[in-house]
Design a binder for this molecule. Structure first.
Ligand code: 0A1
Ligand code: ZN
Length: 876
């Protein structure tokens, strides 16, 4: 917690580090409330940083300093300055060994940053600035050092892990033992990790492309040891894929993953010792849904891929975070696309981006992919840095092509291996390897906001000439009133009236990428025999909004015939948006609601296309969520959104009841569970149909859910049936299902979290009162981020109806929880507050209540730097 307003850090103030640390020796004597950390650092003046010997400044937070010494001589207390955020030591020699001893309190550390305890297991989280909560250190990513770590602990902590290779172990007087680890690769402190506990492991082996054998280990608490198989399988697939697609080989002899229950994020790529949120690594068919299986596959891969994009080549400073995150998300998305259905993966990612990242970019925390400033870096692990950052890398891939991109990445890894670099270095490698100029493209890193493409066209039938006119603009964002034009790859095709693809040139090309670089630009296609229907932004080739005046009939043609699966889905979304916008208007005008027949017919025909990937059918059948509608709206009218969406869903469900029933029956067969794309796709469609059927609350439908709930042999089907029964039908049935589910699974953390989330996100059962009751349930724990996300997060992000109750009670509740959480875990508090920071977009009544709730957070007393940054920027 801070005394004054937190200071702002600016990219323009970056300076090279004054001192380098060639080696870092650490010794931990683990005790819950008083762990002693001793460090020995070989320090030398950085020749690249200038003349003279400025004082050495080390970061340190919440540490109890015991002693400081230089080259074996203890310093007196008047020979250095110790303050709240670190240590300042005068320097007299260009190279020296610094010895520091300090104490920390892992048990009292609820921030889950630094060294802390999770269910009795010691673990660390150092990214971004957590190492300073362990010991005094130049805690910045451009200081890279070779680490040797000795962990001393009582013998009832049999497993003692750190980065690199184990080089020694032994017994110490009494009941203690030690293990020493040495990491041969220099790394920044944020990649340091330590784990100690009573853990079990599963082990496997991977032979790298050059024939080296790597030991793979996954550690968990004993009760979860049966849930590691899928993660291990995913890890090996990721290792192989990185060799095949990027030529990247693993570099240590051992790779370890540890599952911990208390974790702020998904997982962390510490060198050779990845630490995972249990929810992102543990799975079995009986306890995890398909969505969880796929999430695990992608996160395991993501963390593994960081070994090259992040660890071997790291970030110079935290403004460059997207250098590793944008690139690594792009890599994991491509991996998942290769392992599963490419089109469905793209649809999922884009629909998430459009709903959440677009909203972030239009809100008070909007920032460029490479931010210019921050108060608290933890607040910048955002959708913009990760997801939009990945889209920026994807655009480079689109512009350079597969091979060009690979040339660029090869050069990037070769040039910068072992270094801490910038986004600029990444783009420069892509340019240099391909002899292209990406000068204007770089604006994607520096300008915030979602660009808008307004597209119109003209057809000259006599000259068989088709002209596409594109105008780009980008709304102002905080601190950036004016934007310069972006370099935007616009992938497109042209459809004939019968749905076939027209040739775009004399070579017969049927798809092309237009490079939009001007504010206004026209593109002419010659030899086009009929007025074409443009299929624009195929595969979502750029993170932009596209406006083009399609008629409903044109959208239906695209839905049916476009060769680009993403655009088929997108055409359906556009059709649905329109129908839902009309319903919202009618609701406000007090006009009787009526669903556009085009939408009904379009949905019916999707169900009848049996040749389509069932997962794609499921995606196409799903109406845009209330959150997505809110993002799309000029002004959010929560009541109208809810009324419109419920009405549309209800009408579709009733009109398509027989088709849905048929689909459900066709797919309702008992197969042994496999988390493979085809099976996942079938389950997805079957359960989408079930959810729709239950919308009607017909006895016949609810009985299907009941039967599935009772007989399911995997969690995907069981959870889908539970959700259907909780969201629809009578209370008795819902309560019975909830109770039996809890009784069966109460010992399983991941399933209990699912049980909590099903209730908190249910429009029907997740009232504020019900959510408060869940918080009083023994399964809830304010110090466990997964539990907080399952209850408070699910309620405020996924329960649009209940969170937006007209009396503002949802907003006040969120404010109250955020204030309480800030005292325990500032990072989680600062994330959780997001929904009420978007107050400006709401219609007046809601706006005032949200603003008041946000103000109450500000007025509640001393806020953490994390929460202060978000709240103060949002109140402006
Ligand atoms: N680098 C990790 C994300 C991460 C960031 C911060 C954390 O703690 C505050 C934890 C993990 C990744 O991208 O997976
Ligand atoms: Zn990452």
């Amino acid at each position: 917690m801070r005394d004054a307003q937190p200071r702002t850090v600016y990219l323009k103030d970056y300076r090279k580090p004054d001192y380098l640390v060639d080696s870092t020796r650490l010794r931990f004597e683990l005790e819950p409330n008083s762990t002693v950390v001793t460090s020995s650092l070989e320090i030398r003046r950085n020749p690249a940083a200038g003349e003279g010997l400025p004082p050495l400044r080390l970061d340190g937070v919440n540490l109890e300093l015991v002693s400081v010494g230089i080259d074996g001589v203890a310093l007196g207390v008047d020979e250095y300055t110790c303050h709240d955020e670190g240590l300042i030591i005068p320097v007299h020699r260009g190279a020296f060994t610094l010895e520091i001893c300090n104490r920390i309190d892992p048990e009292g550390n609820t921030s889950l940053e630094g060294l802390y305890l999770s269910n009795g297991m010691y673990c660390t989280q150092c990214e971004a600035e957590g190492f300073r909560k362990i010991t005094y250190y130049p805690d910045r990513p451009d200081v890279m050092s070779k680490f040797t770590t000795t962990i001393v602990a009582p013998r009832d902590y049999p497993v003692l892990l750190s980065n690199g290779n184990e080089i020694a172990r032994g017994e110490i007087e009494g009941d203690r033992h030690f293990v020493t680890w040495e990491d041969p690769f220099a790394k920044p402190a944020y990649l340091f990790a330590l784990v100690a506990g009573r853990l079990e492991k599963v082990e496997d082996q991977f032979t790298t492309m050059s024939g080296r054998k790597v030991t793979l280990q996954i550690f968990t608490e004993p009760k979860n040891i049966g849930k590691c198989e899928h993660a291990m399988h995913s890890l090996k697939a990721a290792m192989r894929w990185d060799e095949e697609v990027y030529g990247r080989e693993y570099d240590l002899d051992i790779f370890m993953i540890v599952a911990v229950d208390h974790f702020n994020m998904g997982a962390m790529e510490n060198k050779g010792l990845n630490i995972f949120n249990s929810a992102c690594v543990l799975a079995s068919p009986e306890t995890a849904t398909d969505a969880a299986f796929q999430r695990i596959e992608s996160i395991v891969a993501h963390e593994y891929f960081h070994n090259w994009s992040g660890n071997r080549v790291t970030c110079r400073d935290w403004f460059q975070l997207s250098l590793k995150e944008g690139f690594t998300v792009f890599r994991d998305a491509e991996f998942s696309a290769d392992m599963n259905s490419r089109a469905v993966k793209r649809i999922e990612d884009v629909s998430m981006l459009r709903t959440t990242q677009f909203a972030e970019d239009a809100g008070p925390m909007s920032h460029p992919v490479r931010p210019d400033s921050y108060m608290e870096i933890s607040n910048f692990y955002t959708l913009t840095v990760y997801e939009k950052g990945a889209e920026v890398v994807r655009m480079i891939h689109t512009l350079l092509g597969e091979e060009g991109f690979r040339r660029g990445s090869d050069l990037y890894f070769e040039r910068h291996d072992g270094c801490a670099v910038t986004c600029e270095d990444f783009v420069a490698a892509m340019e240099d390897a391909n002899g292209v100029d990406l000068k204007q493209f770089r604006r994607w890193y520096s300008q915030a906001g979602t660009p808008l493409l307004e597209i119109s066209d003209d057809y000259d039938s006599a000259g068989e000439r088709y002209t596409l006119s594109v105008r780009q603009s980008c709304p102002a964002t905080p601190g950036q009133p004016e934007k310069k034009p972006f370099h935007i790859p616009l992938k497109l095709g042209l459809l004939a009236g019968d749905g076939s693809e027209l040739a775009l040139d004399t070579d017969g090309t049927r798809e092309t990428v237009l490079e939009i670089t001007e504010a206004e630009q026209a593109f002419v296609f010659e030899g086009i025999p009929e007025r074409p229907l443009p299929s624009l932004l195929r595969g979502f080739s750029a993170p932009v909004r596209v406006r083009y005046d399609y008629t409903p009939a044109q959208l239906r043609l695209l839905m049916r015939a476009d060769s680009d699966a993403f655009n088929r889905w997108d055409a359906g979304q556009r059709l649905a948006f329109r129908a839902l916008a009309q319903l919202q208007q009618d609701f406000r005008a007090g006009v009787e609601l009526q669903l556009q027949p085009e939408l009904m017919e379009a949905y019916r025909s999707i169900l009848q296309q049996e040749d389509l990937d069932p997962a794609l059918v499921a995606e196409m059948l799903t109406l845009p969520s209330a959150q997505t509608l809110a993002e799309e709206a000029e002004v959010i009218d929560a009541e109208a959104i809810i009324a419109a969406r419920n009405f549309a869903e209800q009408n579709l469900a009733e009109a398509l009841f027989e088709d849905l029933l048929e689909t459900f029956r066709r797919l309702d067969h008992d197969k042994p569970y496999r988390p493979l794309a085809d099976d996942i796709a079938e389950r997805r469609l079957k359960n989408t149909a079930l959810a729709y059927l239950c919308v009607t609350e017909k006895e016949e439908a609810l009985q299907l859910a009941d039967t599935q709930f009772a007989s399911a042999t995997n969690m995907t089907d069981s959870a889908a049936a539970l959700a259907a029964l909780v969201n629809r039908g009578d209370d008795q049935r819902a309560q019975a299902a909830l109770q039996s589910f809890y009784e069966r699974w109460k010992e399983d953390d991941q399933v209990v979290e699912l049980w909590l989330a099903v209730q908190s996100s249910s429009p029907k059962r997740g009232s504020l009162e019900a959510v408060r009751a869940l918080m009083a349930h023994p399964a809830f724990e304010l110090t466990n981020p997964n539990r907080v996300r399952s209850v408070i997060g699910a309620f405020s992000n996924r329960n649009f109806l209940q969170f937006h109750q007209p009396d503002g009670s949802g907003f006040r509740f969120l404010a109250e929880q955020v204030i309480a959480l800030d005292k325990l875990n500032p990072q989680i508090a600062a994330r959780l507050v997001t929904p009420i920071t978007r107050w400006k977009k709401y219609c007046q009544g809601q706006q005032e209540m949200m603003h008041a709730a946000l103000q109450s957070v500000m007025d509640s007393g001393q806020l953490s730097a994390d929460l202060y940054e978000v709240v103060s920027k949002s109140l402006k």
